[in-house]
Design a binder for this molecule. Structure first.
Ligand code: IMP
Length: 197
């Protein structure tokens, strides 16, 4: 069985990918966590782009631990803010800030601004035997004026995908997974893995 490390500390993402891989590659690919390989240190994320960060995280694990590996990085890119918060989406309102803090900051910056266009973008970097392949997924939409809904996480209550009248935080999880940045990038990764085994 081939082993592949997912370089994340996010338990939710890990179980999501494990479910997908188990249903598509049962018995052929095993997803290992950072804990499984005894990687307990914080993995550096020093890049200025999603591509650079995903790459840095995946290569860190490959170079230090010798496992084939993938890592992801996601950002919310708001058009009128020149793509901010982008790669800094997690700590937009400062180190250790909450999702609420980040949303409040985005709403304040967009106060009175008509152009509400934005997109979520995910980049996944896969390293197999030292060779990197990247996969991208994005979903375009609008920033709302107020928070709506209680599902999901991050900026979900203030983002509405094109073609929908509800926010990401009002959407059923399987619908969000079908259309989302991460869902799209993950499906590209899985299709690529199919060609490898
Ligand atoms: P990460 O790279 O997946 O950890 O994402 C970085 C940050 O982007 C998160 O801390 C969230 O604030 C935001 N984010 C990522 N994915 C989503 C999403 O699906 N909905 C809302 N916010 C998200």
């Amino acid at each position: 069985m081939k082993q592949l490390v997912f370089a994340t500390n996010n338990k939710h993402k890990l179980s999501e990918i494990r479910n997908l891989v188990e249903s598509e590659f049962s018995g052929t690919i095993k997803i290992l966590s950072l804990k499984d390989i005894s990687c307990f240190e914080e993995i550096p994320e020093t890049g200025n782009t999603l591509e650079a960060n995903a790459s840095e995280k995946a290569f860190y694990v490959f170079n230090k631990y010798g496992y084939n590996c993938f890592a992801d990085d996601t950002g919310l890119e708001i058009e009128t803010l020149d793509g901010r918060p982008g790669v800094y989406s997690a700590r937009y309102a400062g180190e250790n800030c909450s999702f609420e803090d980040n949303m409040n900051k985005a709403l304040k910056e967009l106060d009175g601004i008509k152009n509400r266009n934005a997109k979520f973008r995910t980049v996944i970097s896969l390293i197999i035997d030292g060779k990197e392949t990247q996969f991208e997924g994005s979903v375009s939409g609008k920033m709302l004026n107020d928070k709506k809904g209680t599902e999901g996480f991050g900026y979900d209550p203030i983002f509405q995908a094109d073609g929908f009248e509800i926010s990401f935080a009002e959407m059923e999880i399987n619908v969000k997974n079908r259309i989302s940045h991460r869902g799209i990038a993950t499906r590209k990764l899985l299709n690529h893995l199919k060609d490898l085994i």
